[in-house]
Design a binder for this molecule. Structure first.
Ligand code: ZN
Ligand code: ZN
Length: 421
């Protein structure tokens, strides 16, 4: 049973549903890469304007902010990300993307909404429409943030650097949702750490090149890198407290060009995920210590170089905010509202509430056809048969996904803004 305010605001969902579905199909067919979300931003801005929001475009590049002031009360910030990925869509959907784009280095790549950010944009616009159409049922300020470039981790911070806090003023709480590979129609909340930190690092190891037949004249960076890769495995297994989850993956090792030439240097790229800033610091400093020591052990002629990139902050949900969201979801969705397991994915959303100094909650909505999911579950094949975010086969079912996401964002906001809250 919904609250009175929620029931009144959601009353128009039937009316706006066909328009939202059309909007979604169009957005899905026309994805744009990080920082290139021009068409998407234009469409978002015109819908917000039509709904009566004060609209600011071009915030942090292609970011769009919509503000609806509706009397006394708290200000609730809601965020959707807008960017897509360089993936060739293989969903077979009638509205599948055939778009391509040219990256900075001149390569042509396919583009696909493989992370479901088109769902987030559509649902946030749905919530904006519903709130704007029922202003008697709530009081306060709704702040809609349409953020660029989540996938490259600098869209949120880019909006902050471009003056987002001055533009918006004070807010009281921040809300965000992501479509995930569980059954459509369900929502999942979690208190505390929910998404990991992520960091990528590029390490350059210097050796001394020589003919492959004369290793005595070389400091072999290939052997040295191999030692480093193996030794790095001991950080998580031997240096962290058992039960403190973390991942250290070496995803790339590059050295040399030919079988009989010992190269001058090697490059290692790795990725680190943790659920606390403290563990993150422990791992990053252990990496430096180990790599430097291995270089010294091999007699490397020059110190190694370290370059950190693509840093994602920790996403840790505020317990009070999350309890309020979870209560609203249970009231609205009954047993379709569940606890979300911790995700090893990462997000830059928390850069926004961080900048405003406010608590937040980030939840998941299901995007997978429930029948497909349950068949996979019964066969013990969820990992194999259920497409996950970033895969070419990830195409959320339109319904009940859009209804659920629109409703979830609306009732969560009303937990602060609703006249009966
Ligand atoms: Zn993603
Ligand atoms: Zn995403």
């Amino acid at each position: 049973m919904a609250t009175t305010a929620a029931a009144a605001v959601l009353d128009r969902l039937d009316e706006i549903r066909p328009g939202l579905e059309d909007f979604y199909r169009d957005l899905h067919a026309h994805p744009e890469l990080s920082h290139e979300e021009h068409r998407t931003a234009d469409k978002v801005a015109s819908r917000l304007t039509a709904a009566g929001f004060e609209v600011h475009s071009g915030v942090g590049g292609t970011g769009v902010v919509g503000i609806l002031r509706n009397g006394e009360g708290p200000a609730v910030m809601m965020r959707a990300d807008m960017d897509a990925l360089p993936v060739r869509e293989a969903t077979g959907l009638p509205y599948a993307s055939t778009e391509t784009a040219t990256t900075e280095d001149g390569t042509d790549v396919p583009v696909m909404h493989a992370c479901g950010h088109d769902v987030h944009v559509t649902c946030l616009l749905g919530a904006a429409d519903l709130l704007a159409g029922a202003k008697d049922s709530w009081s306060g300020t709704a702040v809609m943030i349409f953020q660029p470039a989540e996938e490259v981790a600098d869209g949120a911070s880019g909006m902050v650097k471009d003056g987002l806090t001055d533009l918006v003023g004070t807010v009281d709480v921040a809300l965000c949702q992501h479509v995930l590979p569980f059954p459509s129609g369900q929502v999942g909340t979690r208190s505390g750490p929910v998404l990991s930190t992520a960091d990528s690092m590029r390490i350059t190891i210097h050796g001394r090149g020589a003919h492959g037949s004369m290793p005595q004249a070389a400091v072999d960076p290939v052997v040295l890198s191999a030692m480093v890769v193996v030794r790095l495995q001991t950080i998580v297994s031997r240096e962290l407290t058992p039960g403190d989850p973390a991942v250290l993956t070496v995803g790339s090792v590059q050295a040399g060009t030919k079988s009989n030439v010992i190269p001058e240097s090697a490059t290692i790229q790795l990725n680190v995920r943790t659920y606390s800033e403290q563990t993150r610091t422990t791992i990053l400093s252990a990496i430096e210590r180990i790599v430097k020591a291995e270089c010294e052990a091999s007699g490397a002629p020059k110190e190694p170089e370290f370059e950190l990139f693509d840093h994602f902050p920790l996403t840790s949900n505020d317990p009070d905010v999350t309890a309020r969201v979870a209560a609203a979801f249970t009231q609205q969705f009954g047993d379709r509202a569940q606890e979300l397991p911790r995700q090893t994915a990462s997000e830059d959303f928390s850069d926004l509430p961080q900048a405003f100094g406010v608590p937040y909650s980030y939840w998941g909505i299901g995007g997978i056809d429930p029948q497909l999911y349950h068949r996979a579950e019964q066969a013990g094949r969820v990992a194999q048969d259920v497409p996950v975010n970033h895969s070419a086969a990830f195409g959320p079912v339109i319904q009940p996904t859009l209804d659920t996401g629109t409703t979830a964002m609306t009732v969560a906001a009303l937990a602060w803004l609703g006249r009966d809250s």
